[in-house]
Structures are given as C-alpha cells and as structure tokens.
Design a protein around this ligand. Sequence first.
Ligand code: GN1
Ligand code: MG
Length: 376
Amino acid sequence: MWEVSKKENLDRKLIEVCRHFRIPGEYQFCEEIKVGNVNKTYKVTFEGEDPKNPGNMRLKSYIVQSVNTFAFKNPVQVMDNIDKVTEYIHAKDPGRCALHYHHTADRKTYIFDKSGFWRLFNFIPSVTYSATENLQVIRNAGLAFGNFQMLLSDFDASQLHETIPDFHNTIKRYEQMEEQIAIDPVDRVKEVRAEIDWLESVKEQACKLTQLQLDGVLPLRVTHNDTKINNVLFDKDTDEALVVIDLDTVMPGLVGHDFGDAVRFAANFVEEDSLETEKAGVNMEIFRAFAEGFLSKTAKSLTQPELDTLALSCLALTCELATRFLADYIAGDVYFKTNYDEHNLVRARCQIALAKDMLKKMPQMESVIQDCVKKL
Ligand code: GN1
Ligand code: MG
C-alpha cells in the first residue's frame, strides 16, 4: 500500500494550519528552524500575488510554531500574555519592527487540536547569532534586552499569567532535581554523582538570588526570562537589533534573570552543549560588551541591591540551568529536545564548567559592572 511519508504529513499539517490562519497563495516549501530546545519552529513559504505590485507574483514566508504543551501546561495563557505584551510594545513604539501573531477566522491567535497547539507569526528577514565574538553584536543584544525591559517597566504585571510557575526559582529547581534523584526512574543517578555533588556544594550561593527575592530585597519587574542572544533578530547589514522574540516566558521576574541568562549563553567561550567542557568559561570582553549595552538602558532605574547582584545572577542562572538539564537527564529526557542520548548530560556538564569559572571570576565581573555604571 502507498504510504504517506512523514515529510508529506508535515507539509499537509502546515498547510492546514496556515489555511486556518487565512494565509493566501500556493504553498511552496517549509524548513524546520532547529534553534529552540522546547517548541518546534518552521519557516513556511507561499507564493501569491504581490499586493504592492498587482499582476506580479512574490514569495512570502511565515513562522509556524507548535508549542510544547508538556512545558507550557496552559498555552492559551501563554498566548494571552503574548497578545498583551506585543500590543503594549507596539502602542509605545508603533514604527518599530514587531512580531505580529495572525488570527484565525474566530479571532484566536492559536489552533489547539489533537496534533497540538499551533500559532503563526510574521517572518522577519534578519540574522541571528548563537555564538559570536563580534562585540558590537553583543552590545546591541544588551541594548535590545535592556530596552525590552524598559518598554515594559510600567506594564501592569498583575495582568500576566505565570506561564511556568517558579520558572527562575532556583531553590525550587534544586528541589525538582532532588526529587528526580530520589526517584531515579531510568537508573542514571549512578552516572552523575560527581555533577550532583558539585551542584549541591554551591547550592547556597546559587540560591542566594532567589532568597533575596523571597526576602523582599530585590524587586519584581516584568522580564523576558529567556534571554539567549538567538532570541534577538538583527539587521543583516547593520547588525542593529530589530526585535526581541520568544515571548513565551515574559512574566514577573528579577532583572538578574535576564542579565544572568544572557551572560550564561553569550559570554561562554563555547556553546551551551559543547563537549569541550575544559574550554567553557566567561569571556570577559563579551561580558563587558553585554553589560555596557544592557546597563546603558537599565542602570538608572535599578536599585543598588539589583546592581550589586548582577554578577551573582550569572552564577545563579548557570547553576539553575545545570540542575534543570541534569534533572531532565535523570528523568529520562522528558522536557528538553535532545539530539542524542547524553545530550542533557553534556549540557549539564558544560553549564557546571561555566559556573566553576564564574565563581573564580566573580570579583572581575563585579568590577566591570561597577565600571559600566560609573561611566554612564
Ligand atoms: C529553553 O526553547 P528555548 O531554547 O527557547 C528553555 C530555557 C533554557 C533554554 C536553554 C521554556 O529555551 O529556559 O534556558 O532552553 N525554555 C523553557 O537552552 O524551558
Ligand atoms: Mg524560549
């Protein structure tokens, strides 16, 4: 019997999704964008008449995403947050390049059916960077995330749902890892004793940021919470930041969550899942460039305790993600997408190696931050 290949199934599904979002024209092709670790992302291209040039055809692309409903238990709330935040930003700065989520005939920004939770938004021609030593790009990423935070500084946080509860609660993240260690569902704990022991040995320091939040020393703001630099789209000619994407985790949070996560990702000498753990560490030039960009937008509105804990936040976010990767490895790889069996373990080891270097460089990171603030 003739069988429909997986690729044909995917094409068919993507066409169906696009039609629900009332995309006109003839379907051409799709490609998977393998950047995120949680959702699935596709660039889908159609051919249709060019509205600016009647009688002529043109290609137009869209981004279709299938949201991971294991990670986001209430994806409708995710879209509600995104609608509010994108509208708010657009109203403040209408001329700016923006994400635009399309609506279905019944005015929803999503389709939720047996095959999953789907959404569609505009494709913005641009470049992204997962790893770069171009300091101008890094500074611009800092400006973009700093600006994002400032644009939302007077947004009423009580309007936002907590899309993943305790997302950056490092204390809870340690507890979740410890729960998995106790269950040990796929008998992997014996392989990762050294990693567990090291993470436990720095637990107090890693959890200090969360503790200061609980103690009311650090204020809650509206934060992005997933500030990898590949969540910034850059102009391909000028390298200026065009727009911050991936708004799934915009929630109340600490400024250090955005600063720390960005540094953890961008300033590491190697990529997040590198096997070359001996090379992992903080590139201080990149750290400085990001801090300059970020602080030039935010420093004036930050409190002294916030400024004083920015370097600590880098360690906190790195250890936190290490516990998440390790917990997922122990759990049998249920949360993050993995490309091979030990992927989560490799990721955890790389974050641990980075965290070790951060501990050594803490005084240096602190003095760079003070320096950036002084120069403003
Ligand atoms: C996930 O899917 P992506 O790449 O946007 C994760 C982040 C992690 C990141 C690590 C919702 O983000 O918290 O820092 O992987 N997002 C979620 O690469 O869990
Ligand atoms: Mg994300």
